[in-house]
Design a protein around this ligand. Structure first.
Ligand SMILES: [Cu+2]
Length: 288
């Protein structure tokens, strides 16, 4: 055997798939497939159904009186916007899930193998579209979330104590104490009035100093959209300005023991005159 004539070496090459379309046609080919079109149609239907569904959820939330503050208005708006923005991805996921579950029964042992998937992951257009669309959606949610957080924090008087409010309207200080399994409210500005129902005047900022006597609770004024942990040995602060007359719910939002589910009371938003009358009745003094 001469060195000029090396023996040819047979190497096992994987077989080229014969039914794979050219890369630049894959997206078009993929979109022309019947099952892809059915999944896209199903996604659009589900996506459009999610929006009225989100509206129904908010409608039922509002049956007990929400929104009763500017904070709750912002929270409901954010819930709706987040639902609408995430609806397309949720719809595509549900459509594929639904189609796969219902379509599986049609595949039998007698059927020929399905045509090879056109692998759109190697298609530049598809990759750019997918990354751009999901990045815009995610970026929008981050920016919306940060702006809303800043808005809500400013409505909640941030961490500014009542005597340092910038708007000149003095907030009412209220000390909130959680213990297994009741809430107690004390009004230091009104001569240390104490109550187990929260009575407050409408359109006056409230500033809460929240603590606990035993375990961690969570002070949640449902229709006013504020919620903050009540920790033993520490004081947490939040605030809100109620802008709707009525009786709303206060619940504990932190699993705190056997009767956690019953750790609830009411907030009554009344007129300034009714509030003053109540304070006098409780033996307190009028300050606002
Ligand atoms: Cu609790």
């Amino acid at each position: 055997m001469s060195i000029d004539n090396p023996p040819t070496i047979e190497v096992d090459q994987p077989e080229e798939p014969t039914n794979r379309p050219a890369a630049d046609h894959r997206l078009k080919e993929w979109l022309s497939r019947g099952y892809v079109r059915r999944i896209i149609a199903l996604s659009i239907v589900i996506g459009l159904l999610i929006i009225p569904l989100a509206w129904v959820v908010i409608h039922f939330m509002n049956l007990s009186g929400a929104p009763a503050s500017a904070i709750m208005v912002e929270i409901e708006r954010t819930m709706f916007v987040f639902t609408v923005v995430s609806a397309p991805l949720m719809a595509i996921t549900l459509a594929i899930l639904f189609y796969s579950l219902t379509g599986w029964g049609r595949v039998t042992g007698e059927d020929p193998p399905m045509q090879e998937s056109p692998a759109i992951r190697t298609n530049g257009t598809a990759v750019v579209l997918w990354i751009a669309a999901t990045s815009i959606l995610a970026g929008f949610l981050v920016i919306w979330g940060l702006v809303e957080l800043a808005t809500i924090t400013s409505y909640a008087n941030g961490s500014t104590p009542a005597n340092q409010q910038p708007n000149g309207q003095k907030a009412i200080d209220i000390n909130v104490t959680g213990q297994q399994w009741v809430w107690t409210f004390q009004y230091p500005d009104q001569g240390a009035v104490t109550s187990d129902t929260l009575i407050v005047p409408i359109n006056v900022p409230l500033y809460f100093n929240v603590t606990s006597k035993d375990v961690v609770h969570d002070f949640w004024v449902v229709e006013l959209g504020i919620k903050i942990d009540a920790n033993p040995g520490a004081i947490t602060n939040t605030g809100v300005t109620p802008d709707k007359l009525g009786t709303f719910n206060i619940r504990c939002a932190e699993l705190c023991g056997l009767h956690h589910a019953y750790m609830q009371t009411k907030i009554q938003v009344v007129t300034q005159a009714e509030f003053d009358a109540w304070v006098r009745e409780m033996g307190g003094k009028r300050t606002v």
